[in-house]
Structures are given as C-alpha cells and as structure tokens.
Design a protein around this ligand. Structure first.
Ligand SMILES: NC(=O)c1ccc[n+]([C@@H]2O[C@H](COP(=O)([O-])OP(=O)(O)OC[C@H]3O[C@@H](n4cnc5c(N)ncnc54)[C@H](OP(=O)(O)O)[C@@H]3O)[C@@H](O)[C@H]2O)c1
Length: 257
C-alpha cells in the first residue's frame, strides 16, 4: 500500500509562541532510551519537560545529565503500575504547572521471546500492567491537567508489531516475529488510542511506531538510532490543530492498523 506523507508537519514552538506560555510535556519511562531522547528533543525546542521515571535515582540522574546540556528538565517520580504513584505524580506536577500540553506514554516492557503456546496468563498480565493498564492509569490521572491545555496531545508509544495488517502479511518482517504478549499489548493500546481520540474532542490522541531503534529493550540490536525512533513521537506531541487524531504513525507517515 502506498504510504501517504504526513498531513501536518511538526510545529516546534518558536520563541515568539512562547513569550506568554511555555508548552509543558510529561514523558513516562524517560530515564533512558526513547523516553529520554523525547525529553531531550522537546526540551531542546523550548518546552518545559517533566521527565517521569519510576526510580528516583535513575530519574534524577537522567534529568541532571540533560540539565547539564542546558535543557530545562524536571524529574517526576512515576511508576505507571501504581495508582498511588500516579496520584502523587499528578499532585507534584500540579504544584509546578497549571496545565499539561503533551503527555507521552512511553514507558514499556517486553517479555522473553516465547512460543505463543507457552505464554501463561500471569506473564501476560505482568506485561499488560505496564504496556496497557499503565497507559490508561496515567492518562486518566493527567486528564484534568490536559483538559486545561488549549492544545492537548497524547502520544502512546506503540509498535509496528501491533499492526494486524503487517502481522498478516508473510512478506513483512512482523509476520515472522512471534510475541503474543508484547504485540498483543500494543494492539490493545492502539484500540485505546482510537477510543480516547473519539471520546476527547479538542485532543489529538495518536499512536507512534518508533521503528526498530537500538535501546536496552532489544539489547541494542535495533537498526535505527534513538533520534530516528523518536521522530514520530515528537511530531505527534507537537501537532498543529489541523493534525490527525486517532491514528497510528511512524516517522514516514501512517501505519496500517
Ligand atoms: N526499542 C524498540 O525497538 C521499540 C520498538 C517499538 C516500540 N518500542 C516502545 O518504545 C517505548 C520505549 O522503549 P525503549 O526502547 O526506550 O526501551 P527501554 O530503553 O527499555 O526503556 C523503557 C523505559 O520504560 C520504563 N519503565 C518500565 N516499567 C516501568 C514502570 N512500571 N513505570 C515507569 N516506567 C517504567 C523503564 O524504566 P526502568 O529503567 O526503571 O526500567 C525505561 O525508562 C516502549 O513503550 C517500547 O515498547 C520500542
């Protein structure tokens, strides 16, 4: 299927646009990998970025490293599997800012590569706890602050492995990649994106496919750089008002569901 180009290009905030209000983003799972690079890119464009991580030491270390680069980054403790942690994170953010313009639900885990016939329900539940329930928990918790934004954007970091069209096509690499837990968790996330997009007028809610970037998640076997991996995330977090909602995109354009 020929791929359409992006309908709306990224619109990084300019100095003029920020004279009154600096856009604010929160990125989960941001102490390393794609999350940290997303923080770096948004902060480098002039956003105030809240770097959320479940581990205080890893999170403050990552924020300090980015602050040393001259970026305005603040750490927020957030374990996406915990209601208490999400509520505490919202309170901490609400003390700092009165709204949130972009929420990037990036935190994610992958399980061991097992034959689908060997995947137990308990293992599936552990992985869904982060990749599915965590994203809903965090989104729900931050909705009041997002609703105070004039241009709220939610990005769910998904995967091409979640594409049923790709997974059904023997010519595609996704066809040969069996991961019942991980791929199905991201497919569930894609439907969650579709549901939120239809339920939240005024929001832009989209799923991003980072491609195959080399990170700890794949023991750095990925073929893309983290800079390439966050391109779609950045575009979707900074969409113009005429940009898409309820879609699934990689850095080249739409990905089939
Ligand atoms: N790399 C790829 O090829 C690829 C491809 C498609 C999609 N993705 C998706 O991209 C996202 C980022 O992955 P990555 O490649 O950057 O992997 P990564 O380097 O392993 O980073 C994953 C991040 O998620 C955090 N995390 C895990 N459980 C968490 C929890 N309960 N609460 C809060 N944070 C938690 C990790 O924190 P700790 O350091 O504390 O564990 C870490 O910061 C994930 O959603 C992943 O599924 C990656």
């Amino acid at each position: 299927m020929p791929r359409r180009p992006w309908r709306a290009g990224p619109r990084a905030p300019t100095i003029e646009r920020m004279t009154d209000v600096r856009p604010v983003a929160l990125v989960t799972g941001a102490n390393k990998g794609l999350g940290r690079e997303t923080v770096r890119r948004l902060a480098g464009s002039g956003w105030l970025v809240l770097l959320a991580a479940r581990d205080r030491e890893r999170g403050t270390q990552a924020a300090a490293t980015l602050a040393d680069e001259g970026l305005d980054v603040e750490f927020v403790e957030l374990d996406v599997t915990s209601d208490e942690s999400a509520e505490a994170a919202v309170r901490a953010v609400a003390e700092r800012v009165d709204h949130l313009d972009a929420l990037v639900n990036n935190a994610g885990v992958a399980g061991p590569m097992l034959d689908p016939a060997d995947v137990e329900a308990a293992a599936l539940r552990r992985l869904y706890e982060v990749n599915v329930f965590g994203q809903v928990r965090v989104t729900r918790a931050f909705l009041p602050l997002l609703r105070k934004s004039e241009r709220p954007r939610i990005v769910m970091v998904s995967s091409a492995l979640a594409s049923l069209e790709h997974a059904s096509d023997p010519a595609r690499p996704e066809y040969g990649f069996l991961s019942l837990d991980y791929a199905s968790s991201k497919a569930a996330l894609n439907m969650i994106v579709s549901q939120y997009a239809r339920a939240l007028p005024g929001f832009k809610v989209n799923a991003a496919d980072p491609g195959n970037p080399a990170t700890d998640m794949n023991r750095h076997t990925g073929v893309h750089t983290v800079a390439e991996g966050v391109e779609a995330i950045i575009r979707l977090a900074t969409l113009d008002d005429d940009g898409p909602t309820g879609g699934f995109f990689d850095r080249n354009g739409p990905v089939p569901w």
